[in-house]
Design a protein around this ligand. Structure first.
Ligand code: GDP
Ligand code: MG
Length: 270
């Protein structure tokens, strides 16, 4: 085994990692134990680093989970690519909730407070968390924001993660449920290309269904791909633009609130 990258293939350091799978010119990284490569770092070191970071994150996530459970608040971690409609969906959701139950929002982006401003315009309390070069929220950041928000019993905390289908998947925020949003303009194959984020989510929202007549996107194929990765995943089809399907989403939120903010790890709700 290569001691630099941990790859099980017999190759010289510095060579591309190639797999003999009939696509001889394809290049595959991430087949060592760590599932990723960093130039100059061994797989063992990578695993150690990841384990340390995720263990620390997990302890902050557990704190968040306990705080939320004590306060009777259910928290949602909304993950997706940039532009799939997370903020648009939240704005429409908050308008429809209309104060019927308490709702608050944490907005994650690398820069700007644009999204928090869009949320505040609905009257809901929102905190923007800017991550700088960071590509995802972590539980420590969310813990800071939690203390700045009014969290009321029976309420929902919506956490809009940084737009990215990769990095947020590894970071438990202490949420009650994880919701992945895929818009129909992104293609049916995204669950297969970015499996971790779909594997760790409880609900898939297919957004922008108003655009379906203009696209060759096949809903059945997209849902089938998501269920190949995660057979338990629930699916809702919505349009944040027209409001189509939002009643089903609001019902889903009601049942989440009815369950209360239980101490559940992401991706393990039944
Ligand atoms: N046609 C259509 N456009 C949408 C829908 N939802 C969001 N958008 C548009 O998609 C763009 C990105 O939305 P935004 O909420 O900022 O995405 P985010 O980056 O995931 O928060 C904006 O121009 C929205 O108006 C939808 O359901 N239908
Ligand atoms: Mg947004």
């Amino acid at each position: 085994m290569c001691t630099v990258c941990g790859c099980h293939q017999d190759h010289k350091h510095g060579h591309d990692h190639r797999r003999d799978d009939g696509h001889g010119s394809d290049v595959h990284f991430g087949q060592g134990e760590a599932g990723t490569t960093v130039p100059g770092m061994s797989q063992t070191r990578l695993i150690q680093l990841e384990t340390d970071i995720l263990a620390k994150n997990r302890s902050y996530a557990d704190r968040n989970r306990t705080l939320l459970a004590e306060q009777g608040v259910a928290a949602l971690n909304l993950v997706s690519s940039p532009g799939s409609g997370k903020t648009a969906l939240l704005v429409e959701t908050l308008k429809r909730i209309g104060g019927a139950f308490p709702a608050a929002v944490i907005e994650g982006d690398q820069q700007t407070s644009n999204d928090a401003d869009r949320i505040r315009a609905t009257g809901a309390p929102a905190i923007q968390v800017n991550t700088g070069k960071g590509c995802h929220l972590d539980a420590h950041m969310v813990g800071h924001a939690l203390h700045k928000l009014p969290l009321e019993e029976g309420g929902i905390l919506f956490i809009e993660n940084v737009g990215n289908l990769v990095c947020p998947s590894g970071f438990d925020l202490g949420e009650t449920a994880r919701v992945v949003i895929l818009s129909v303009t992104e293609g049916e194959d995204k669950p297969l290309k970015y499996p971790d984020i779909f594997a760790g989510s409880d609900l898939l929202i297919l957004n922008k269904t108003d655009l379906l007549p203009h696209l060759d996107f096949c809903v059945g194929t997209a849902v089938g791909n998501a269920r190949r990765i995660n057979p338990r995943i629930q699916v809702l089809q919505v349009s944040a633009r027209t409001g189509q399907g939002l009643d089903g989403w609001l019902d889903w939120l009601d049942s989440l609130r009815a369950e209360g903010a239980q101490v559940i790890r992401p991706g393990t709700r039944t």
